[in-house]
Write a protein that binds this ligand. Sequence first.
Ligand SMILES: Nc1ncnc2c1ncn2[C@@H]1O[C@H](COP(=O)(O)OP(=O)(O)OP(=O)(O)O)[C@@H](O)[C@H]1O
Length: 238
Amino acid sequence: MTARGPGIAIQNLSLTLGRTEVLSGVDMTVAPGSIHALVGPNGGGKSSLIRCLLGQMPHRGTVSLNWPARPGRIGYVPQALQFDAGLPMTVGDFLGTLDGNRPGFLKPRRATRDLVEAQLARVGMAGKSGRRMGALSGGERQRVLMAQALEPAPDLLILDEPMSALDESGGAIFAEVMQSLRRDGVTVLWIEHDLLAVRRLADHVTGLARRVIFDGQPEAMLDADRVLDLFSQRSAVA
Ligand SMILES: Nc1ncnc2c1ncn2[C@@H]1O[C@H](COP(=O)(O)OP(=O)(O)OP(=O)(O)O)[C@@H](O)[C@H]1O
């Protein structure tokens, strides 16, 4: 199928925060409609690269989104989003803000409530729209964040460790969602530490430790020496 997501071209990307060189001369390409994983050691600069892509960091070098026609929608699942335990906001309220033409303090329209229920069902959270956001477990919160990123349907989806708190059924649901995104031609840029999940689900992998230390097929990355290289002090930020 024709990709509806953009290609991404990153050239000579460098980022210095304070006195730390976080990214140095990073070149990478994401093919339109592909599931592209970003792996590497803690502090390797993966989230920072995403922030550059989203225009949130003053970087050097270029980051271009090449849309097939006009610019489309970007969905984003952040690494962590905390909600105050006492915050009187339910899952339904949170997802109901998807109805962008209506003030958040009004009761959502029937159609919006149906849409919220459908989105929750998609991530295995059917019937939980009345739960308070601050009272959700880590895995439930991640499922809700995934649901908000999938509606309205994105053309580019950026995921920052979306599986870190998911149980087995959450992982299976995530895999289904990824397959349906692939069928729809969505471009997915996915930060992940679970290399087996990357092997199962990604089309391409880039390893990042301040600079690009691996770029290729998931199978090649899982060669034992490669894994050691990816996560050892040798290749990490030094
Ligand atoms: N605002 C900031 N100011 C100074 N240093 C920062 C800032 N944000 C991030 N860093 C540093 O940049 C480096 C890269 O951080 P980043 O969060 O991009 O890594 P990561 O690869 O996503 O790590 P992890 O796998 O642990 O999530 C780290 O050393 C971090 O301390």
